[in-house]
Design a protein around this ligand. Sequence first.
Ligand code: SF4
Ligand code: SF4
Length: 523
Amino acid sequence: MNDKDKIKSPAIPFIPSGSIPGRIALSLSFAGLLLLSLSLTNFGFLQNAVWLTISLSAIFIGIVWYARTLYLGHPAGIHNNGLWFGSLTARGVLGWSVGLVLTLFYIILYWYPQFLGLHPEEGNTGLVGFFDPLSYLLNGHAATQWFVYGTLYTLAIVGFGYKFILKYRHNTYQVIRTISVIFFQLAFAFLIPELLSKLHPDKAYFAKDIKNMWPLNYYFFEDWHLKNMIDGGTLGLFMLGFGIAMVFLISPILTYFFGKRWYCSWVCGCGGLAETAGDPFRHLSNKSTRAWKFERWSIHLVLVFSFVMTVAVIYSFLGESPEYSMITRNQFVYGIVFLLATSIGVLYLFKRKKMDKDAVFTMVTLGLILVLLILFNHLSGQNEILFVDSYKLRSWYGFAIGATFSGVIGVGFYPLLGNRVWCRFGCPMAALLGLQQRLFSRFRITTNGGQCISCGNCSSVCEMGIDVRAYAQRGENIVRSSCVGCGICSAVCPRGVLKLENGIEKDRITEQPFLLGNDIHIR
Ligand code: SF4
Ligand code: SF4
C-alpha cells in the first residue's frame, strides 16, 4: 500500500515512509551539516568562502527538496496521523538524541565558545573561523559565535518555514503568518543589524535584533545601551524613542486589537523558530492542569524577575550617570510605584467582575512587584536591590533566563517537551502580552460547540498545552493568556468549530459549562 492509499484509509495511520528522493534530500542536508562539523576539527579547507557556501546551500536545498517530496505528492491538508509512532516525534531514541545534541550545542555556544573556534585576539579557527568570510562580507568584522548562531538560526527559519508553508498550504492564515516570521527574521533580526553594523561600526546598539523589545530584549535599558542610544545622534534617539513607544504604546494597541499573536506568531524570532523548525514537536506540550498551574507561576515569576532587574539597572544608571537623565532616582522609583498602583486600581475598578484565576494571578503579580519596589527603594544601598547588587542580579538573569531557559531548555528540549517550552514557561514578553490579552483585548477563539465531535485534534496540536477540546465541547470562547494565536487548532479541526476572532470586547468571555448543541440559547 502506498502513502496515498494510506491517507484514504481511516484505519491505517499515515506515516510517511520516506521516498528515495526524500532520502537523497535528507542526505544532502546531512552532508552540509557534516561539512560544518568538519570545520570544527580545523580541517584544512583551502577556500573557506567556497566551502561555506557549499555547506549552507546543501543544508538549505536539502530541507527544501525534502519538504517538496514530503508534501507535494499528496493532497493539501494536514495529516497528523502517525505522530506518536515516529522515533523523532514521539520521544524515541532519535528524539532524545536530537535533544541531547541541541542541548550540548547551546551549552558550548553560551559558555564555551572557544570550542567553536572563537579567538578574537589571535584569529578565529574552527566553525567560527569558517564563517569569517560571510561575516566580513555582511558586517565588516570577524565572525563571533553569535554570528554563526544567527546565520544558522535564520537558515532554519527560512528552510523549515518553506516546509511549514507546504504543509499548511491550504490555509491562508498559516501561509501569510509564516511569510511574516521569515521576513522579520531575515530582514530585522539578521540582515539589517549586520549591514547597519558595517555602516556604523562604532555604534554597538545597531548590531542587535531590532525587532526584539523589552522585556524580551532585557539589555534595552542597560547603561551601555542607553548611553549608546543617547549619544547616537538622531538615529540613536529615534531608536530609544521607538523602543519605549513599542513597549508602552504600539504593543498595547496591537495586542488590544489582535491579541498577542501579532508578536508571538507573526514577528518574534523565538516563536518563528518554534513554529517552523519546531512544528513536528508541537503535540509534545503537556496538557495537564498541573502543567498549567506551573506555567502560571513560572512565567509570572520570570516577569517579576525581569521587571525588578530592569528597574534595578535603571536605578543604578540614574545614580551613576545623572547627566544622562532628566529625572532623579527617587522620582523614577515612585513613578514606577504610581504606575503600578494605578494599574491595580484600574483592574479592580473595571475588571473585577471578570476576574478568574488568571486575573487574580495578575493582581498578585503586580502587587508583588509593587511591594518589592517599595522595599527596594527603602532598604537598598547605592547599587543594590534587596541587598543584591543590581549588576549581579542582571547577570543572574542573563544566565538563568537569557541563556539557560531561552536557549538550552527553550530549543534544546524541543523534541522532549514541545516547541514552545520557552514561550510557555519562561518568556517575560509572552507573560506581559498574555496579561493584556486576558484582560484588555478583543482576541478570542470562538467555538461552535454543537459541531464538535471530540476528536481531540485541536488539543493534540496546541503547542501551548491548552485543552482546546474542553472549551469546544462546552461551546465556550477560548480566552487564555498563554494562547499565541498560531491558529493550528483551527486549521486541524475537521468540523470548522474554531475561529480566531477580534470582534468587540463585549461578551468575549463566555462561561457555558454545558454542551449546547447549535442553539446557544438552550441551557
Ligand atoms: S489554542 Fe489554538 S491558537 Fe492558541 S496556541 Fe493553542 S493551537 Fe495555537
Ligand atoms: S473542536 Fe474540532 S478538532 Fe477540536 S475536538 Fe472538536 S471537532 Fe475535534
